[in-house]
Design a protein around this ligand. Structure first.
Ligand code: 5GP
Ligand code: MN
Length: 338
């Protein structure tokens, strides 16, 4: 974080403030971990803080310290709106343009309080007074860790904050294996363990929570996998009917897309998941190597993210979307096979 940002943030927080902390829609481990860590920190510093999530988040994140205090904009709409209107500073974490918060977008756009962005995605929009944006960082949680050190408050990292930050770093790095994992990431993790993060327990709580239905849904997804060897590409589809058959719960499809990349030689893996209620397919893109799924998702599927992990959407049916997807691949053949 640039030193002028640290000073700006110190100035903003020099007197007790009413702060709102916002993760992106369908928040993941990094979004919930980073917002909770910041919430604990601001509260310890004597501010009034509240996390307002655009919608609900998966059960496997609900054990996190402070999680029951999170407002859900869909469920707690009136309370959330009132809080936002009165907030004196708005922190947005783990996203970088206001279109990523679903129904909250127009509300956030209408606020006059200063915004603070903490985020590691590419191509940030310019809406924040304090913009801590660094796409080389493994996770927003690693950035919040660095921020607390730079604020001179490393000694305020208690076991609650440590457990929250560890969780987000772990989930966003695929348990410390993706390429954004640096020696600095491991140093942060070591320090967080010294400060009380329970690595093994966190791993267990996040990853060992399968239901029989989820494993059966995974089986269905893997059977649906299409392998396009010509383009070193695979994709999976899941229809609403299939999700219903296995009593889909939020978070159940987390990680499914990564199975495609475990096939030898595959560089590009995609999953298309139907959401009848929203009338869209939610798409996850993953790659290994130089093929930028951020660019692909931005160009063709109204999305974005990182070079090797991005998301997007389609308003067409599954059959139309996959046909369109397959028709796009020849123009990337060189990149995907060279
Ligand atoms: P996932 O596929 O797990 O939903 O998301 C992968 C990455 O892309 C995450 O960092 C996520 O924040 C980002 N992402 C997911 N969906 C979208 C989207 O619709 N737009 C943008 N800009 N980023 C997305
Ligand atoms: Mn993240």
């Amino acid at each position: 974080m640039k030193i002028e940002h640290v000073h700006a943030l110190k100035r903003l927080l020099s007197t007790p403030k009413m702060a709102a902390i916002i993760p992106h829609k369908n928040p993941d481990g990094d979004a919930i971990g980073s917002t909770l860590a910041l919430w604990h920190y601001l509260t310890l510093k004597g501010h009034t803080a509240r996390i307002i999530a655009p919608n609900d988040f998966p059960k496997f994140l609900k054990w996190m310290p402070g999680a029951t205090e999170i407002l859900n904009f869909e469920r707690d709409n009136g309370q959330a709106k009132t809080y936002l209107e009165n907030a004196e500073v708005i922190f947005t974490l783990d996203f970088n343009h206001l279109g990523r918060v679903g129904q909250m977008t127009p509300v956030l756009e209408g606020l006059s309080a200063p915004f603070v962005m903490i985020d590691h995605h590419q191509q940030p929009a310019e809406y924040a007074e304090v913009m801590y944006s660094d796409s080389t960082k493994s996770s927003t949680c690693e950035m919040v860790y660095q921020l607390l050190l730079q604020m001179g408050d490393g000694d305020m990292i208690n076991s609650d904050i440590a457990n929250c930050l560890y969780t987000g770093i772990m989930t966003d790095t695929g348990s410390f294996k993706y390429s954004a994992t640096t020696s600095q990431t491991h140093r942060a993790i070591a320090d967080l363990m010294d400060k009380g993060a329970q690595g093994t327990a966190i791993h267990h709580r996040i990853y060992d929570t399968n239901s029989p239905n989820r494993l059966h849904l995974l089986g269905c997804a893997l059977r649906n996998m299409v392998i396009l060897n010509e383009f070193n590409t695979t994709y999976i589809t899941l229809s609403q009917e299939e999700l219903d058959r296995y009593d889909y719960q939020k978070g159940d499809t987390e990680g499914f897309v990564n199975y495609g990349l475990t096939l030898e030689g595959i560089r590009f893996a995609v999953i298309f998941i139907e959401n009848k209620e929203e009338g869209i397919l939610k798409i996850s893109f993953r790659s290994v190597g130089d093929f930028s799924v951020n660019h692909f998702a931005r160009t063709h599927f109204n999305g974005g993210g990182h070079d090797n992990a991005a998301g997007g959407r389609s308003e067409l049916s599954i059959a139309e979307t996959t046909a369109r997807f397959e028709s796009l691949l020849p123009q990337y053949k060189e990149q995907l096979t060279s």
